[in-house]
Design a protein around this ligand. Structure first.
Ligand code: HEM
Length: 266
């Protein structure tokens, strides 16, 4: 088995199913529960694959154990091998291949994340670990600072919403952030600065912002227009390379938060 075989299979899956964005969210929610503040632990361990409680049944993860893992199943069956590549490693790699496949930066993946063996190895709840889309910057800071991220990192990481969609039957929010939700570029930031948004409530009762073209922003996205966050929104809107550079640094840190002894190759 080589990493390039796995990458080739992931690219073929994305070309056929256009499912790169949900793989990014899978890796983000596996690693994103990590905290080193009032809550501790939560390194990426693929606990979400168990649905008898724990991370696999968190509301915030709706769609990930079913849709994302369903799409990934043939590649999981073919490659996941204890001691070589774990489920959590595959999820990290799947996200990084998706980002590059959609036009984003190349991202190095390291290996050696240790998988949970049951739902009991989940963090206790999503609360204070994963962010809510209907809240503002105080909430974003409460969630991201204990993971070791700065305000600038929060802006760069949020830029992942340049791809993908909100699904009414998963989060209750509804719609894509940008015109081309399969292109990883800086249009999340240019849209945020250039488009006028109005308030709306989705059919599921969630408050969000919409533009007349049909694209949306969450309250947590437009909160980034407040200083000091706005400075980096403006930078990334005019300089995509700066966005990519900052995104890669914050994203690799997120994917490896709490992990020890990772290897550069399988
Ligand atoms: C800053 C706080 C964040 C909030 C409040 C937030 C919230 C959300 C919500 C509500 C959805 C919709 C899920 C669905 O209905 O399918 C979503 C999707 C998504 N999020 Fe975030 N998110 C945040 C940060 C991030 C970060 C840090 C990343 C990765 C670096 C990320 C990547 C994505 C992607 C790629 C999708 C699209 C998934 C798809 O198309 O299926 N988000 N996010």
């Amino acid at each position: 088995m080589s990493v390039s075989d796995i990458i080739a299979d992931l690219k073929a899956l994305y070309a056929e199913k256009n499912c790169g964005p949900i793989m990014i969210r899978l890796s983000w929610h596996d690693a994103g529960v990590y905290s080193n503040g009032a809550k501790t632990g939560g390194c990426p361990n693929a606990a979400m694959r168990f649905t008898d409680g724990g991370e696999g049944s968190f509301g915030a993860n709706a769609g990930l154990p079913t849709v994302a893992l369903g799409l990934l199943q043939p590649i999981t069956d073919k490659y996941v091998t204890p001691g070589v590549i774990s489920h959590a490693d595959l999820w990290a790699l799947a996200a990084n291949v998706a980002i590059e496949h959609m036009g984003g930066p190349a991202i190095p993946t390291r290996f050696g994340r240790v998988d949970a063996t049951s739902s009991a190895e989940s963090v206790e709840s999503q609360s204070m670990r994963l962010p809510d889309g209907d809240k503002g910057v105080d909430h974003l800071r409460e969630i991201f600072h204990p993971k070791g991220f700065t305000d600038r990192d929060i802006v760069a990481l949020s830029g992942a919403h340049t791809v993908g969609k909100c699904h009414a039957d998963r989060s209750g929010f509804d719609g894509a952030w940008t015109e081309d939700h399969l292109k990883f570029d800086n249009s999340y930031f240019t849209d945020m600065l250039n488009k006028q948004y109005t308030d709306m409530t989705t059919a599921a009762g969630c408050p969000q912002k919409k533009h007349e073209s049909g694209t949306i922003m969450l309250i947590s996205d437009l909160a980034l227009l407040e200083p000091p966050f706005r400075e980096w929104v403006e930078l990334y809107a005019k300089d995509q390379d700066a966005f990519f550079k900052d995104f890669v640094a914050a994203w690799v840190k997120l994917q490896e938060n709490g992990c020890t002894g990772l290897r550069d190759s399988l």
